[in-house]
Ligand binder design. Structure first.
Ligand SMILES: C[S@@+](CC[C@H](N)C(=O)[O-])C[C@H]1O[C@@H](n2cnc3c(N)ncnc32)[C@H](O)[C@@H]1O
Length: 433
């Protein structure tokens, strides 16, 4: 049993002191998410400019490069130890620059992780280039990967979209470098801003998730985690940085300070957005998915469409609410087969922009149809072809047992509504068979 360097009274913030390579194998806990800001190995005696002064780029002995083989061995070792500490559906974020990020990417692939995105953090206020022989270094890369190729990960799509003015969040994040108020408990030479950590934590975890940082420095990860209701374990070998971390946690135990910090974190639409979000607890909203039928031979054609039609089922001249709940659907997933054949998801999926009930006379090409009314589904973008959702489905796994009406209608008419979570669960069940 490892004695923590520090354990907060609320038991949401733990720090371990020592070499991460030695400590990781000594405990059993599995985490929902990992953020790692490992040494970039850029302490090469170069010079830079900071606040108008010429300064050395050296960060400390832990950041000195001893060549490519050394960097690869180091990354292989910590990444495989950390992988053992991740739940099967967990994701990992690793920040880096050109000095280490190619090595990290290669080793993630080697170890069986699946790379999901490479985020470019574009600093809105980078320091100028001292030598004037290169472009100004103004970005860092952050790789996002999941532990297992086949096990789906969590992504809070809706929240990210909300933070980006109701447009899909891109993989370029324009956020400022660290602000002076973030250093109130002392300075770490490579401290990350809370804005970057808050965004990636909210994107990839649910409330109460456990987050690990194996190179925690001043524990920006832990402070961001606790400010948004997640739990944290950080490891660092330097007393000086652990003490900054502990003081940062003590500082936010005062709820007023915590709220002040939330209000100052960049990257939100207005200064109260994050506090309001945390106060109301994250709505762990289910994403409603409309299942749309398409004959196999027509799949290649609909792939490029931005509209999709559901026949609105009628009885006694009244349009029935079917597909049930179609107006709430946020995503469309296309399936084929059906009734006498097995049903399978085709991999085609798209975000829904709007759904409107229309008479056939208002729809080009459907004027002579026997069906009087259609739901016209307008998509955000054309379909994407997602390999992860190409599989045969047992339709019963897509509905709650209590949802008798929907499942009966599915047997009768095929199209129906489910949730994204249920689709992912069915994939899980399939891949674990
Ligand atoms: C790039 S810094 C992390 C900065 C951090 N993200 C922050 O916001 O403050 C890397 C940290 O890893 C620590 N470190 C390097 N090698 C380590 C090892 N083998 N075991 C534990 N800590 C290590 C260093 O002391 C340093 O604080």
């Amino acid at each position: 049993m490892i004695e923590p360097y520090y354990k907060s009274d609320d038991k949401n913030f733990y720090l371990l002191k020592g070499d991460t390579m030695e400590l990781l194998p000594q405990f059993e806990h599995k985490f929902d998410m990992v953020f790692a800001d490992p040494p970039y190995f850029l302490s090469n005696n170069g010079l830079s400019i900071q606040s108008g002064k010429i300064v050395s780029v050296n960060k400390g002995d832990w950041d000195k490069s001893e060549g490519f083989d050394y960097i690869n061995d180091f990354n292989r070792k910590w990444l495989s130890l950390v992988r053992d500490k991740m739940k099967d559906d967990a994701t990992i974020w690793i920040s880096g620059s050109m000095h280490n990020i190619f090595s990290v990417g290669q080793i993630l692939n080697e170890l069986g992780f699946k790379i999901l995105n490479v985020i470019t953090w574009e600093k809105t206020n980078p320091p100028p280039n001292f030598s004037c022989r290169y472009f100004t270094y103004s970005t860092e890369q952050i790789i996002w990967a999941r532990k297992c190729e086949k096990v789906p990960h969590y992504y809070n799509y809706e929240l990210m979209k909300q933070l980006n003015g109701d447009k899909q969040m891109k993989d370029v994040w324009k956020l400022p470098a660290i602000a002076p108020w973030e250093k109130s408990c002392g300075k770490h030479p490579t401290q990350k801003p809370l804005s970057v950590l808050t965004r990636l934590i909210l994107a990839s975890t649910k409330p109460d998730a456990w987050i690990l940082d194996p190179f925690s420095g001043s524990s920006t990860t832990g402070i961001a985690a606790n400010l948004v209701g997640r739990k944290f374990l950080g490891i660092d070998q330097e007393e000086e940085f652990l003490s900054i971390s502990k003081n940062r946690k003590l500082e936010i135990e005062n709820s007023r300070t915590a709220n002040n910090q939330r209000n100052k974190i960049a990257g939100f639409i207005d200064k109260n957005q994050l506090s309001a979000f945390v106060e109301n607890e994250e709505p762990n909203e289910e994403i409603k998915v409309a299942l749309g039928f398409c004959r196999s031979k027509d799949i290649a054609t609909i792939k490029h469409d931005k509209t999709f039609y559901f026949q609105a089922v009628e009885s006694n001249n009244r349009v029935k609410d079917f597909p049930i709940g179609i107006l709430e659907a946020k995503r469309l997933v296309i399936y084929s087969g059906g009734r006498s054949n097995p049903i399978y998801l085709t991999g085609l999926t798209a975000e829904i922009k709007s759904v409107e009930l229309k008479h056939k006379s208002k729809i080009i090409g459907k004027q002579n149809s026997e069906t009087e009314f259609y739901y016209e589904v307008t998509l955000d973008e054309v379909f994407i072809d997602d390999e992860n959702i190409k599989f045969a489905i047992n339709v019963n796994s897509l509905f709650d047992k209590s949802d008798e009406k929907n499942s009966k209608l599915l047997q009768q008419f095929l199209p129906a509504l489910t949730t994204w979570e249920k689709i992912l669960k069915s994939i899980d069940n399939q891949s674990s068979r």
